[in-house]
Structure formats: C-alpha cells, structure tokens
Design a protein around this ligand. Structure first.
Ligand code: HSE
Length: 370
C-alpha cells in the first residue's frame, strides 16, 4: 500500500480533504499518516507524527500539505535536500509560480498532469480557488480553444480569507443579533450601521465589518492597482492551460461562508448560438451544469447557500450581450473548500496511485514476456 502523509489536516482545507478521503474510500487504499505541527499522541487515524520529523516524512510515498506557504518554504526544500523522492502535493500558493510545478486541476489539464508524471515530476500544487472554479465552469469553452478573453468579478466567501475570518464573520452576525429590531426602519438602519463602526464591533481578523458590507480588495497589492488575487486569475489560468488568454479580474470579499461566486463576461472567437454555448459547458465535465436563466431556477440553484458543501458548479444567467458577436455573460458558484481547494489534491493522490500501479503492471508484463 502506498504511504500517504497529510499535514495541516485540522485546518479548513485539511478537514474537508480528510472527509473526502473518507467518503471516497481513499483511506482504505492508502496507508495514511497524519502529521501535526503542535500535537503528538493519537489522532483520528492512529499515532500522530510531528510535521518536522524528517525521517517520518521521508518514509511517505506521497505527502499532501495543507499547512500553508511558510511550512512549504521551510520543509519542502529540506526534505528534497535529504534525498526524498516521493510526490509532494501542496495546497498553498508557494510552489505555483515555479516553472516546472504543474497546477493540478485534472478535469482541465489531466494530459499535462500525466505527461509531468511520466517526466518524473514529483511536485504538484493545487490552484487558487477562484481560478479553479472559473476553469471548471468554462471547461467546455477552454477545451475547444474558443475563449478570446474573460473579465471576471468575484464575490468571495469569508472562508477564503481563513478560519479566523470566517469565525469573526459569525461573531459579527451574533453581535448584531443583540439589537432591538423594532421601530422606525431608517432609525434602525442608522443604529446598525453605527454599530458596524463602533469600537466594540469585532474586526480583529477581517479588519473591517463584512456583515452588511463588502470588501473590494483581497490580498496584497502587486502592481498598477491590481491585487494579488486578481493577478493570480491571469497567471494561473495561463499556467493551467499552457497558453496565455487575457483574464482580467476584480476580486471582492462578501459575507458568504464557503462558496465563491463569479460574474463573467466572455468574448469567444466564434459567435455561437446560446444552446451550443450551453451544451459545451454541460458536456465537458460532470460538475458544471447550466441553470435555466429564469428567476425561480436561479434563486433556487445559483446561490452560495444552494451550493455549499457540494461539488456542483452551477453556471447560470447565461446571455448573449449586445456588445457584438461572441460576447456572453454568466454567473457561476462553487464551494471554495471542495473544488476550490481539497478535491484537486485528493484526486491527484489517486492519479499518482494509478500511475504507479500502471508502472507495476507494465513491469510485471515485461518480466513475463518471452
Ligand atoms: N485566495 C482565496 C481567497 C482563497 O482569499 O478567497 C482560496 O484560494
């Protein structure tokens, strides 16, 4: 049995990963060890190992790290320096900019992943959540090389900022619950808005109120008024596709809990009828599904609440625009902890297992050939 080590399994992405490994029967096909930065003793899968125990790490065939970029920066080069030759699958962004490290999103770039494995590549990295969710939604258009450019406005959940930020959003909601909601509505609005900027309002992690508000800046500034989250949209799309397509983003944090939503304006190289456009999206993968563009279906199926905790990637509000031939708009939602983070990592471990098994089968067949 291949040995799988998981680091950062207590965090949000790691916990979702562990749940998925369990649901999908992966814990029965890997010999899985959990590593901890803070705790030893027994964990949910047996004895915990220290995340800095290099001998224990080096005994793994595959390591999945959901511990964050700082851990990867420190441990990954040391482990490689000690000669470890296993597969490292990372959730954090640190390895994404490295030329030879593929960003894994197998429904989109399985061929490149297989080629990298054959080429003896050992490091793989999950993509930015917004990029992965956008690419799954548009997979049918990208696979036919139809996309000329994409303009993307995001509505990103609090969980994307981290667990402390999500907890603080709940605490902001709880804070407002104490208020007297009767009386004149404009007076009430003034009181609630006043409470958001009062010194007692909890903003330690988010730095700002997120309830009753939105934050049109995510992550640090990179250049020319662009945030790092917006920069990733173009960079990671190009890296996953292996070619540059203009992608411009405006990324906004909203008070959703775990689903990122995106409004996309797309220019295609061809002016396709709407049903053909929708068929391409529906037929590309089993998760992206077009939602009929009417009020009832949209509000039932195309919201963060409807999608939370699922692998669905609904794509709705699909329209041809009046800007000219080939212009379309759509709205899409995805769970940023599932397809946006944990699921591509889980699937990659399976792909590596299949790759190894094929190799063993080939060796076995060769050894038996006359
Ligand atoms: N950078 C994302 C966010 C997290 O801030 O929402 C998912 O990669």
């Amino acid at each position: 049995m291949m040995k799988l080590g998981i680091i950062g399994w207590r965090g949000m992405v790691g916990s979702v990963l562990l749940d998925r490994l369990n649901e999908c029967g992966d814990l029965d096909i890997f010999n899985t060890t959990l590593f901890s930065t803070s705790q030893t003793g027994r964990g949910p899968l047996g004895e915990l190992k220290s995340s800095f125990d290099y001998d224990a790490l080096a005994s793994m065939d595959i390591i999945i790290s959901c511990q964050g970029s700082e851990y990867t920066k420190e441990v990954h080069p040391l482990l490689r320096g000690k000669g470890w030759n296993g597969h490292w699958i990372d959730a954090s962004s640190h390895l994404r900019t490295m030329k030879d490290v593929p960003i894994i999103l197998d429904p989109i770039n399985r061929k490149d992943i297989d080629a990298a494995l054959k080429n003896n590549q050992k490091d793989f990295v999950g993509g930015n959540c917004t990029v992965s969710l956008m690419m799954l939604a548009l997979g049918g258009l990208f696979s036919r090389d139809l996309v000329e450019w994409v303009s993307c406005v995001t509505y990103q959940a609090a969980s994307g900022a981290g667990s402390a930020q999500l907890r603080e959003l709940f605490s902001q909601i709880a804070h407002l619950k104490e208020m007297d909601l009767s009386g004149d509505i404009l007076k009430l609005e003034k009181e609630v808005t006043g409470a958001l900027s009062h010194s007692s309002f909890p903003i330690e992690s988010l730095q700002h109120p997120l309830v009753g508000n939105l934050l049109p800046w995510i992550d640090s500034e990179v250049e020319d008024g662009m945030s790092k989250e917006e920069w990733k949209g173009a960079f990671e799309t190009a890296k996953i596709l292996g070619k540059y397509i203009p992608v411009e983003s405006l990324c906004v944090r909203v008070g959703a809990f775990r689903c990122h939503s995106q409004a996309l304006t797309i220019k295609l190289k061809e002016d396709l009828p709407l049903d053909e456009f929708e068929n391409l999206i529906n037929s590309h993968n089993e998760w992206a599904r077009v939602i009929p563009n009417n009020k009832a279906d949209t509000l039932k199926h195309l919201t963060p609440v409807a999608v939370s905790g699922t692998l669905s990637i609904p794509v709705g509000r699909v329209r041809k625009l009046s800007f000219g031939p080939g212009h379309y708009s759509l709205f899409t939602v995805g769970d940023q902890l599932l397809w946006g983070a944990a699921e591509p990592l889980r699937r990659m471990a399976r792909i590596i297992l299949d790759f190894k098994n094929q190799g063993l089968r080939r060796d076995y067949e060769l050894s038996r050939s006359p």
